[in-house]
Design a protein around this ligand. Structure first.
Ligand SMILES: [Zn+2]
Length: 275
């Protein structure tokens, strides 16, 4: 049994970038914990922050049920996360208490300050989780967990490097259902802010899910398209070429460095015969 800790900035990031793997991990008996570093209370165009925070906690709980993970929303205001010493020490304690084999988080160069500082906090906590005299009230870890970054398309200072790709087609429906739980985001805020406007968002639940898939498929297909070569190396040319939805990860130099064999046990669907 592996323990996987996904640390995102907002109460939907973990689902968007690792929801498929989370479903595969929980199905194989691993323990998956999502942390959202902020409470998501700024992500709306008309909802007041206190009401939005409550909604987002409830939405995350529903998504957690779908993916069979635990979901913790920390109490930092959305858009206001800072890589302070206090926040670093808090994260060190949380990582030690869960003792993950693997941590996933954003890359450090990302458009959103909360994503950047989430990544910074994880990087700052990385080695320190093994240092006994830092936060001595919580027992230190014997070894640094493996740390990997979630997929993005930023190219400076370096484009994303797909060290691991996971075919999530078999659980794509569950990932869509998890995203569907984040109503205030996909059907309200992101529709208003990014695409394609709120005018045509259906009100019926079944129509909404279809609308979500139609609107966001292109975005969720990008990891497979952009990391196709790695998918082919992992799954062979026929299977690798056919994957529609994948999740991809770049290993961090600040975590422990896994060998090929360890990578195949940490991440789902890396071994022949798992299909
Ligand atoms: Zn986010």
């Amino acid at each position: 049994m592996k323990k996987i800790l996904v640390i995102g900035a907002h109460p939907d990031d973990c689902d968007i970038y690792a929801g498929g793997c989370a479903a595969l991990w929980s199905d194989r008996g691993d323990q998956v914990s999502f942390i959202s570093m902020t409470n998501g209370n700024a992500g709306h165009h008309r909802e007041p922050p206190d009401k939005l925070e409550k909604r987002r906690r409830e939405e995350a709980e529903r998504a957690a049920d779908v993916l069979k993970v635990s979901y913790e929303i920390l109490d930092h205001d959305d858009g206001c996360l800072v890589p302070s010493l206090e926040n670093r020490l808090d994260l060190i304690r949380r990582v030690r208490k869960f003792a993950p084999d693997l941590i996933l988080t954003h890359r450090p160069n990302d458009y959103h300050p909360d994503h950047r500082y989430t990544s910074t906090l994880v990087q700052d906590a990385a080695y320190m989780v093994t240092v006994p005299l830092v936060c001595p009230e919580v027992p230190h870890l014997e070894s640094n967990p493996v740390i990997a970054y979630l997929f993005d398309e930023f190219t400076r200072p370096a484009p994303f490097r797909a060290d691991v790709t996971v075919d999530i087609d078999s659980v794509a429906k569950r990932k869509w259902r998890a995203l569907d739980c984040h109503e205030s985001q996909f059907y309200e805020w992101l529709a208003y802010n990014m695409r394609p406007g709120t005018d045509n968002v259906p009100t019926r639940a079944d129509e909404r899910l279809l609308w979500l898939q139609n609107t966001w498929s292109e975005f969720l297909e990008r990891p497979a398209e952009s990391c196709r070569q790695r998918l082919i190396e992992t799954y062979g040319s026929a299977h690798g070429a056919e994957v529609t939805f994948a999740e991809a990860f770049e290993l961090s130099e600040f975590g422990s460095q896994p060998g090929e064999e360890e990578l195949r046990t940490l991440f789902p669907r890396q071994n022949p015969g798992e299909d």
